[in-house]
Write a protein that binds this ligand. Structure first.
Ligand SMILES: [Zn+2]
Length: 120
């Protein structure tokens, strides 16, 4: 399960405060509840694939790339002076000619492609 409109969601994620504990754990504010946070964990494998988990209902139901996860990944990238874009297909991502990662989904072919460029 992945979001229907990743670009729109990425816009929403930009307004979320993310607190990086380390490269694997990021605390992100809830989109709906001002008194709540979500915990996002990020794991990287050697092939450039990123595996994420979040505590929100979307993620609990098998969804990837919730607003919290996007905010967490953006915060990690920003720390290194990078900005991210998210893509539905490998071809779209490849066309950007930037460094490419794969955000793994619960099932195969449920993932999203991420490109990383310098600057913000
Ligand atoms: Zn979430």
């Amino acid at each position: 399960m992945k979001p229907k409109n990743i670009k729109h969601l990425q816009g929403r994620a930009r307004n979320l405060k993310a607190h990086i504990l380390n490269r694997n754990v990021i605390i992100v504010e809830s989109t709906t509840t001002p008194t709540a946070n979500h915990v996002v964990t990020v794991e990287y494998d050697s092939e450039g694939t990123i595996h994420t988990r979040c505590t929100c209902p979307w993620a609990m139901n098998g969804g990837i790339a919730c607003a919290h996860t996007l905010a967490a990944l953006e915060a990690l990238a920003a720390k290194r002076g990078r900005a991210l874009s998210f893509w539905e297909s490998r071809d779209e991502a490849r066309r950007q000619k930037h460094r490419t990662f794969y955000l793994a989904g619960r099932k195969q072919d449920e993932g999203l492609w991420i490109t990383s460029r310098s600057g913000l």
